[in-house]
Design a protein. Structure first.
Lengths: 114, 112
């Protein structure tokens, strides 16, 4: 069974540009969560989607947005990139976002903003 | 602001030693606690999902306990091996929130 796939794996962008990251969940999983990890910080929750609906959003500026498609694939977009957006972005999928279902993580997209 | 704290931040042990780490989380509105192992250059891997006060889970040499009333969970590793070297993360889920709050992790290094 294929795991969670994130593309691209690495990305270099310039300040002010925008970027779209993609996450393909495990087949049958309907919940996708996104996280940001910066040096010295834990995984910071960005948002969670289930069946194309955003159920929760973390404390990030409006430049960070996401969406989920009918096939459960999800994208996140960051507009007007800042140097501080340089981070590892991870997505995780699970069956339904319920407490008793474990989440499976992708390998992440490492974004560098220069 | 909900806080999930893990201690210690890092730990070096000798091969064969047993060790344990702590995850502290809010005791109110508790729904679940997850433990993950994150090895360098890999994805975080789920170890345990814990939901009930008094839960004890075990996978090989690794086990975990849960106390939801006082808001803590312990992860134990018996007879540590070099391949146990990783960062161990816990994540708290509040009821109805669909939002996992992660601790900053305990980085374990097992010396051969």
């Amino acid at each position: 069974k294929a795991g969670v796939t994130q593309t691209p794996r690495y990305l270099i962008k310039t300040r002010g540009q925008q970027v779209t990251l993609s996450c393909s969940p495990i087949s049958g999983h309907r919940s996708v969560s996104w996280y940001q990890q910066t040096p010295g910080q834990g995984l910071q929750f960005l948002f969670e989607y289930f069946s194309e609906t955003q159920r929760n959003k973390g404390n990030f500026p409006g430049r960070f947005s996401g969406r989920q498609f009918s096939n459960s694939r999800s994208e996140m977009n960051v507009s007007t990139l800042e140097l501080g957006d340089s981070a590892l972005y991870l997505c995780a999928s699970s069956l339904g976002g319920a407490s008793n279902t474990e989440a499976f993580f992708g390998q992440g997209t490492r974004l560098t903003v220069v | 602001i909900l806080n999930v704290e893990q201690s210690p931040q890092s730990l070096h042990v000798q091969e064969g030693d047993s060790t344990n780490f702590t995850c502290s989380f809010p005791s109110s509105n508790f729904y679940a606690l997850h433990w993950y192992r994150w090895e360098t250059a890999k994805s975080p891997e789920a170890l345990f999902v814990m939901t009930l006060n008094g839960d004890e889970k075990k996978k090989g040499r690794i086990s975990a306990t849960l106390n939801t009333k006082e808001g803590y969970s312990y992860l134990y590793i018996k007879g540590s091996q070099p391949e146990d070297s990783a960062t161990y993360l816990c994540a708290y889920l509040g009821r109805g929130t669909y939002k996992y709050i992660f601790g900053t992790g305990t980085r374990l290094k097992v010396l051969a």
